[in-house]
Design a protein around this ligand. Structure first.
Ligand SMILES: C[S@@+](CC[C@H](N)C(=O)[O-])C[C@H]1O[C@@H](n2cnc3c(N)ncnc32)[C@H](O)[C@@H]1O
Length: 348
């Protein structure tokens, strides 16, 4: 705990997720993977590449186009989970990818990824941090939502930063008046709690400084600023996941469950632009995957594979809530395949 026993929620979330050996993502057990009741059982949530290999196959077409448009031969993946997406992309792209680099904050998942990617061993490498410069196509699925957020609370009179202190041996919420404000204050309702995404935006800024030539695609749940900070949205988006159940209490069982917040895609796009990236497009996951040829892939799929793949684009599943934002740098911006129809950049 910091001075006075209080730490901002942003720091609490960082500790709960990334403390070596203890943090949720630093332990490397369980988390990713299987559907409830599925053969592997025991995971906490399932992500798109775990749901269906058709996710990676469709994304591969976008990556292929971006490699060609940028004249690069490397793929960089942030937060690669079980390695499923890497296997799908490498399988689809073959020798077009000279080197595939996985960047993760913790090395805890590395042995699992090494097993998944054994067939591509010569071309995959792992790094703990961004290099000084990179060229290639960057991908990140559900990485931005795992970056710590600050919490703001409006009591009707003033804004507070919400933090955590120890009370009787347990974590408890403690609010402190703050000069911090949501990026858009359209008349917050008393009692509103919301998030600030300073770390995700700083991450995009750092990536922009590092990327010399290439493109980047981030897929995640979230919405534009006007929706994120809409006065009717009073509860924020902070959520925990364990055993395929969601709960709203990050203060219990720290380290044993995922903590996540939706992404403010306006903030991400602006952070990219401010740091020299061009925005290639922004759209829903459903539009992106259709633009990348998912429907044609479905035709050849069996019933189970089809049912699972449908979750990727159904509106009430991942199709509408999940979005994709694309950037380029060091090249003429190109018409990226994934944003050919249904680009919603104007809503950012
Ligand atoms: C929700 S998981 C997603 C895993 C995988 N992409 C998937 O779709 O199954 C988030 C991952 O992002 C990683 N992560 C968070 N912040 C990161 C950062 N700044 N750089 C690299 N990886 C990061 C976490 O360690 C974790 O492995």
């Amino acid at each position: 705990m910091g001075a006075g026993g209080w730490i901002g929620f942003e720091r609490y979330m960082e500790l709960a997720l990334y403390t070596p050996g203890l943090g949720y993502y630093a332990r490397g057990d369980r988390q990713f993977g299987h559907l409830p009741g599925g053969p592997g059982g025991g995971s906490d949530f399932v992500t798109a590449p775990e749901m269906s290999p058709l996710f990676g196959r469709a994304l591969a077409r976008q990556v292929e186009q971006a490699l060609q448009a940028t004249g690069t031969r490397e793929v960089w993946e942030f937060g690669a989970g079980s390695g499923a997406l890497a296997a799908q992309l490498l399988g689809a792209l073959g020798e077009q990818v000279e080197r595939y680099t996985i960047v993760d904050l913790s090395g805890a998942l590395r042995s699992r990824q090494q097993q998944t990617l054994a067939a591509f061993a010569g071309r995959v490498r792992w790094v703990d941090a961004l290099p000084e410069s990179l060229e290639g196509v960057v991908v990140g699925n559900e990485v931005l939502d795992a970056m710590p957020v600050a919490l703001l609370h409006f009591d009707g009179r003033q804004w507070h930063e919400r933090g955590v202190a120890m009370d009787d041996g347990r974590f408890a919420w403690v609010d402190r008046p703050t000069a911090l404000r949501p990026p858009l204050d359209a008349g917050a309702v008393p009692g509103t709690t919301t998030e600030l995404h300073r770390q995700a935006e700083a991450f995009i800024g750092t990536l922009a400084g590092t990327l010399q030539r290439g493109a980047a695609f981030f897929i995640d749940y979230g919405f534009p600023e006007a929706e994120y900070y809409h006065p009717q949205r009073t509860g924020g988006t902070l959520m925990c996941h364990r055993g395929h159940l969601a709960d709203p209490d990050p203060l219990s069982d720290a380290g044993d469950k995922d903590i996540t917040a939706h992404v403010n895609f306006t903030g991400v796009a602006l952070a990219g632009q401010d740091a020299g990236l061009d925005v290639l497009g922004y759209t829903t996951q459903a539009h992106f995957l259709f633009n990348c040829g998912l429907l044609a892939d479905l035709e050849g799929a069996g019933l189970r594979e089809r049912t699972l793949a449908q979750k990727l684009f159904h509106e009430h599943e991942m199709g509408e809530l999940f979005k994709v934002v694309g950037f380029s740098k060091g090249v003429e911006p190109f018409d990226a395949l994934g944003f050919a129809h249904g680009d919603r950049s104007h809503t950012l």
